[in-house]
Write a protein of this length. Sequence first.
Length: 331
Amino acid sequence: MTNAPEKITLSFYRYVNIEDPAALMQSLRAAWEPLGVKGRTYVAHEGINAQVTVPVENRDAFCAHVRSVFPEMPFKFALEEKGEAFAKLKIKVRKKLVADGLPDGSFDVTNVGRHLDAEAFHEALDQPGTLVVDLRNHYECEVGHFQGALLPEANTFRDALPEVLDKLQGQEDKKILLYCTGGIRCEKASAYFRFRGFKDVNQLHGGIIDYARQISEKGMPSRFVGKNFVFDQRMGERVTDDVIAHCHQCETSCDTHVNCRFEGCNRLFIQCSNCAVAFEGCCSRECQTIMQKPKEERVQVQHEWEKKLGPQHYLSRTRIPENYAEPIERT
Ligand SMILES: [Zn+2]
Ligand SMILES: [Zn+2]
């Protein structure tokens, strides 16, 4: 019996001008398919963002091919195989790599900030007057962030960027440290910060994901507290044992994100295990009541809600119902 070939998971991205994304998509597919590459890759006029798995024996050939197209592309290898198997190779042409709402063509996206590793980031943190800026959304910051960081209130990156720029107005001469989950949001944002007159713009290279790997490898103390929110089944990777968030329903210390069990709502929120039982996995009594209805009735309400709320509604903090923190009996 032969074992299935071992695979490695890796990701890479870069903002770079791509003349013909459709042609690039074709040539990447032609080169990668024979190597057994699977995963998701987006190409746009503004760059490339890829997360793939590659059979171990083809790792070098794959990396060599990527670097023949994008010289010196940095790769990030996953520490352990999470078993998140990609079924096939998907390469798509997109308008943008990340929905950032920035005016295309108005500034040089390749004029990025200085990339810092964990050690250099710590040194910069200790310099007086340094401003640390989290470029993630409020629900990501809520469960974990760097000590002393400016944390956006916004629900999306598109809204977080103008929010932090507004708050930093007049501080263009200070040292700015940007960070995000995996580094890609900082790539674009750091160029935009520079365009907006910030003179000393720095970014955490590889984001919190790679920071966590570096500090654990080097045995360094973490300056990031709590969990790094990621969109997989775990909804977050613990960096330190600190639980800095609270259950949205009873305020006990908790940092477990869940989606409301009523699919028409699907709201992303923090719920402790007691409230999970008391609310049957729902975000509110309203959703709990709907969940207790017969399926046909529930599906009808679901369709109505989806029409009313739009695709991103479940991330919206403004949807927290008035009676949200309704007290429950603690056990
Ligand atoms: Zn609770
Ligand atoms: Zn709900």
